[in-house]
Write a protein that binds this ligand. Sequence first.
Ligand code: PLP
Length: 396
Amino acid sequence: MPGFEVFGAEEKKEVQDVLDNGVLMRYGFDGNRNGHHKALELEKALAKQMQVAHAQAVSSGTAALSVALAAAGVGYGDEVIMPTFTFVASFESILAIGAIPVLCDIDDTLTLSPEAVKKAITPKTKVVMPVHMCGSMADLASLRAICKEHNLILLEDACQAIGGTYEGKPLGSYGDLGCFSFDYVKTVTCGEGGAVITNNASYASNADKYQDHGHDHVGNDRGAESHPFLGYNYRISELNAAVGIAQLRKLDKTIATQKQHYNILRAAIAEIPEVSFRAVPQNGVESYAFLNFFMPNEELARKASGALKANGVDACFYWYDNNWHYYRKWQHLLEAKSLAKFSPEIVAAVKQNNKQYPMSDQWMSRTISCLIKLSWTPEEVNQRAQLMVDAIRNVL
Ligand SMILES: *Cc1c(COP(=O)(O)O)cnc(C)c1O
């Protein structure tokens, strides 16, 4: 998954362009920038790659989610349904705009369960936010049908699955809005950065303003711009955008490499009858950023995770015990421990999440996810496959 593995002359050239003219800011300074608009160029390339009308680059994936929610008019007291297995950014971005994260069970896709989503809907629900964790997607057709029926917004967090598709569409482009992260460990990285994509012109126009203090970007003179509404600074810098341009050009090649490595590892461990694989929804194609599989039970999964490490198979994750990605370790959320004070109403609503999610536990306690690297040689992939098989067989 990490795009930093393929940094090269292309990234350096793009960054050099920016340093040569010295304009690190995406807006203004037209006399100095020598025609370079890296953020704009990144947005155009991303919109094309994702086959959407609009892309808005921002400073992070977390920012992208907040900007997307605000752009769709979501805010104070609105409920956003999100999965128990995701990165902490999901609830942070929701709380940042005053809305309430509502945790919801996942199923064997390791993403939102449509059945559980139906049960989580209340009169306050505004958004369903599936998170395409570890390279594969939620059952988007079912989620879209639910959103249509209840008049909800479908916001895809595709931060960990850029390059995957669903019904032939790039992940992130299927819902009303989609978000990407370009942080340091993502498939496309620019150090820190992110983007919102949408086909909705009004959302796009809102996002453009909101991520830059509410500026409307009309005319050449920043001093003369007006502020139709309040915003924040979620801008991406030209330096970061420059790296992103070079990285995005490599995406198709990156996905092809991931797929090749994934297929070899998967075929090897598929020989073990006790191992089963994460469900991929019909018409979905993974980004192959991770190989995700189930062990028969929690005890064996824990043991296999230890054995993989002991065998030198690095970058395999047992998320069930993980600090960042699973609800069991999110005490700060579950107890609504905010530094800046939330209203008592928001605190009470957030604390409603503090309960058990047995369906999520059932899948996550058995799940192991192994990161797919781009830099492996064919020999290294084959050797790794053998080490994985040995480790898992030993445990069984
Ligand atoms: C990385 C990530 C984010 C947040 O992105 P940042 O750029 O690190 O803020 C959001 N959601 C998921 C699923 C992620 O993996």
